[in-house]
Ligand binder design. Sequence first.
Ligand code: HEM
Length: 498
Amino acid sequence: MTATTNKPQLPPGPKDMKVKQAMNMGYGLWDYLKQQQQAFGDYFTLRLPGQGPMVILSDPQAIKDVFSLKPEQYDASKTQLPMDVGEDNTVFLNQKAHQDSRKMIIPPLNTNRLKDRAGVMHEIVTEHINSWMVGDEFNIPRLVGDITLDVICYTVFNLRQGDRKDNYKRLMLGWLLSACSDANFAIGSMIGAKRYRGMLNKQYLKRTQQRDFGNGEKGLFPWKQAIDLKVQLADLIRQDIRAIRKRMDANESHMLSIVARATDEDGNLLAEERVISETVGLLIGGHETSAATSAWFMLWLLKKPDVLQKIRQEVQASIATEGHFDPLKIAELPYLTACLNESQRLTPSAVGTVRWLTQDTRIGDAFIPAGACVFPCIYLTQRNRRVYGEDAEEYRPERWLEGNKFGPNEYFPFGGGRRACVGMNQARQQLRIIFAEFARRVTFDSVHAHTDQWPTPRQIGGQTEPEAGVIVRVTGIRPHNADYPHARTEPKLAQPAY
Ligand code: HEM
């Protein structure tokens, strides 16, 4: 821990070369972070290529200070995301522009709209499970990623079926996989993420102007395919924006329509590129995060059959009470909620969040110089014995049902403060519905169910995932109305809200 001082000073940290530190962070990072915490305490500094020093924090007081920073105390444009989302995306904006932008993207994600969407989310999960056969093999993060894309097609573009939806899905997945590739992230970290995404964006704008869509195939350079697919995806979104602006239908509540019809302070519609930028931003925000979270949750359930059984019983009890699978009731089930919370506590998909300081700043016990970035470490803080007790490292969902209250500086898998995740409620609702139906209707087998070993975590697209995913084999599927009190009456599937 750094002593209180009047001179800003970086906390100590490992002396390894920057490239070595980056490699340790990319592969097996949880052990690496733990080792550094044991060596240096709750404040230590890592040095990575292409960026300034990064101060890793796991003291809850320091986390509280970071989440209370004033907007002028940090610069989000330095965020180390080497993907071309457009520089005027919410994630990179600062101060008033950032607040205004959040005001624009939060309404489509508000509680009432989420309630409207729960039925369709359940319908999508049901369709997926109904299409499986015993013996099918899946990689859980890719499977949940696929379900998530269907949900995004509905919530963002109001598309449930058809060629246009298939086209969106193909382009979104292709672009995400290509832009998140190890090669693109490695180049971004070597030359600096901001510089790299600036270069990609310039190419994208030039190609868009020339209407040069490319062939979407891999090329000599790792960025070629990502640019091709972004040009193609943006073209589809642009067509939709124009159609929405012709209709100007205030009854439409899908995200693209709300953002495309939003106006700035002077009453002007936003530039098309800005709307495209926010749309692909929501896609990045919602896809890999949910895929990675589901991979870790599935691992816990495979290793803890008693927990899975209790979830199954809780879901069946809800169906017995309601007479059917009520997705809103299911999304509020206390034990299921506790199990997902506990998974996100011990195995969060984001290892931490970042703020790049623009001024010398006191954070907890440290006085950190301008230019450094502070990193509230979700992984380390959420395993703190002082907060969670002696069994902090154990997966014990009951801790959430015993009247404990963990503060926003002690449990923050969705970040915190003014920049906390805008999609938290949507993500939670969606994951609870997916896992409730997995638990109730499907039995899976996997090598992970037969060993105490945990796979090595690695960074994929900025998220932490098990290095080879989580491969499962379907060993049994129950009909969707298996637990319904009047099983011969087909339950009515939800109607789209618009
Ligand atoms: C399990 C799923 C998810 C996890 C774990 C997650 C996690 C996070 C984290 C850690 C942050 C950074 C917050 C900070 O800096 O303090 C963030 C920001 C953000 N997330 Fe999520 N997220 C998830 C799902 C979603 C979804 C579904 C959406 C969109 C529908 C979304 C959209 C965003 C956006 C736009 C931001 C930037 C907010 C800002 O800069 O003001 N996320 N998320």
